[in-house]
Write a protein that binds this ligand. Structure first.
Ligand SMILES: [Zn+2]
Length: 350
C-alpha cells in the first residue's frame, strides 16, 4: 500500500481557515454543528494515524460521541432564576437531547446509554439526517473539504489530509469549537444565565460522579499509593490524576486515570509524564487489565483500553514533533527520549 503523504504547510493553513469559515459563515439553529466538528476531531485522534490517508469512520461512533457530549448537558444548570436545562437550539428541541433526557428520566447512566444499541441507533439516524449532510453547506454552496457525500448511513469518510490536520491541531480546533458552542448557548439562554462564568466547565468539564467511581475502582486494584512517587498515601489524601492531561485531550476513561498525592498531582499539572512513568502506566494497564476491567465494571466506570493507548500515542507523537519536555518529578522536566515509541508504537500507525 502506498502511504499517503501528510498535507503540506499551505494545505494545513487552508484546512484551519476552512474550519474557521464553517464556524463563522454557516447559519446555525442548534449546537449539532459544533458537536459534529468535535466528534470528527476526537475520532481522528482516537482512530486515525499520522499519515495523510483518508479515514473511514462509522456513523455509530459519531453517535456515541454525540451521546457523550450532550449527556452532561441534559442536566439542569443552576442559574439566578433557578434550575434550567439549557436551550441548545433556536427552534425545536434537538432530537438527540430529547432521547437522552428520556433515558436520564428512566435512571440510565452514560455507560448504560453507550451500551444501549437501540438508543444509539436513533441518535445515529438523527446525526445522519441533520448535521452530517448540512455541516459543509454555506448558503447554497457545498463546501466539502472534510468528507464527501456518504455512500450509506453507516459510514462517512474523512478526505485525505483531514484526519491529519484534526490530529495536528486538535487543541486549537477543540478550543475554537467549544468557544463557539459556549457563545451560542450563552446567547440562547441569555435571560437566565446572566453573568455565570462557569458555563464552559458545565458544558465540557469532567463529571465528578464518574471520577469518584473511578477513584474507588483504582483504590481496590492498586491500594493507596501515589502512582508517580510510589509513596504510600492515606486514602483521604489521594487525588485522581489524568495520565494524559485533560488539557491535552479529555479522556475520562478509567485506564487514563491514576491515583497520586497532592504534590505530584499539582507539580505534574498539564504536562505529559516522562518515560519511566509511561512504562509503568502501560504495564499497569496491560498486566492488571483483567482486574481493572472487573473493578471498572463493578463501579460503572467508562473504559476503552485500546482508545486510551491510541490517545496516549498521539499525545507523545505530538510532543515529540514539538520537541516538548516531559515531567519526571518535582520541578524536573526532561526531553522526551525516543524509547517511548517501543512502548506505544503499535497503537500509532494502522
Ligand atoms: Zn507522589
Amino acid at each position: 500500500m502506498i502511504r499517503t503523504p501528510p498535507p503540506d504547510a499551505a494545505e494545513q493553513v487552508r484546512f484551519l481557515r476552512n474550519i474557521q469559515r464553517l464556524l463563522e459563515e454557516t447559519r446555525t439553529t442548534s449546537t449539532y454543528k459544533f458537536a459534529l466538528l468535535l466528534a470528527l476531531a476526537d475520532l481522528s485522534v482516537e482512530r486515525g494515524a499520522d499519515s495523510g490517508a483518508a479515514l473511514p469512520l462509522k456513523t455509530r461512533w459519531v453517535a456515541a460521541k454525540f451521546a457523550a457530549y450532550y449527556w452532561q448537558q441534559t442536566l439542569p444548570f443552576e442559574t439566578a432564576s433557578g434550575l434550567h436545562v439549557l436551550r441548545q437550539n433556536t427552534d425545536r428541541k434537538p432530537r438527540v437531547l430529547k432521547y437522552l433526557a428520556q433515558a436520564r428520566k428512566q435512571g440510565a447512566s452514560l455507560t448504560d446509554v453507550l451500551g444501549d444499541a437501540r438508543l444509539l441507533k436513533r441518535i445515529q439516524r438523527a446525526v445522519c439526517e441533520m448535521p452530517l449532510p448540512r455541516l459543509q453547506r454555506i448558503g447554497k454552496t457545498s463546501f466539502e473539504f472534510l468528507y464527501g457525500e456518504p455512500e450509506d448511513s453507516e459510514h462517512v469518510e474523512l478526505r485525505p489530509g483531514a484526519a491529519f490536520c484534526f490530529r495536528r491541531f486538535h487543541g486549537l480546533i477543540r478550543d475554537l469549537v467549544q468557544g463557539a458552542w459556549v457563545r451560542f448557548v450563552r446567547e440562547l439562554n441569555a435571560e437566565c444565565l446572566g453573568a455565570r462564568v462557569d458555563l464552559a466547565e458545565f458544558l465540557f468539564g469532567s463529571r465528578r460522579s464518574d471520577l469518584a467511581a473511578a477513584r474507588r475502582a483504582l483504590e481496590e486494584v492498586e491500594g493507596s499509593r501515589c502512582f508517580y512517587c510510589r509513596r504510600e498515601i492515606p486514602p483521604v489524601r489521594l487525588h485522581l490524576d489524568h495520565f494524559v492531561p485533560r488539557s491535552r485531550y479529555p479522556v475520562d476513561l478509567g485506564h487514563n486515570l491514576v491515583l497520586s498525592d497532592r504534590a505530584c498531582n499539582s507539580l505534574k499539572a498539564d504536562r505529559l509524564p516522562a518515560i519511566p512513568h509511561l512504562r509503568r502506566w502501560v504495564d499497569r494497564n496491560t498486566v492488571l487489565a483483567p482486574r481493572l476491567e472487573q473493578s471498572f465494571a463493578r463501579h460503572g466506570v467508562s473504559r476503552d483500553l485500546d482508545i486510551t493507548l491510541r490517545v496516549a500515542c498521539w499525545a507523545y507523537t505530538e510532543t515529540e514533533a514539538a520537541e516538548g519536555l516531559t515531567w519526571e518529578r518535582a520541578q524536573v522536566m526532561v526531553p522526551l527520549e525516543s524509547g517511548w515509541r517501543a512502548l506505544l508504537n503499535r497503537y500509532g500507525s494502522t
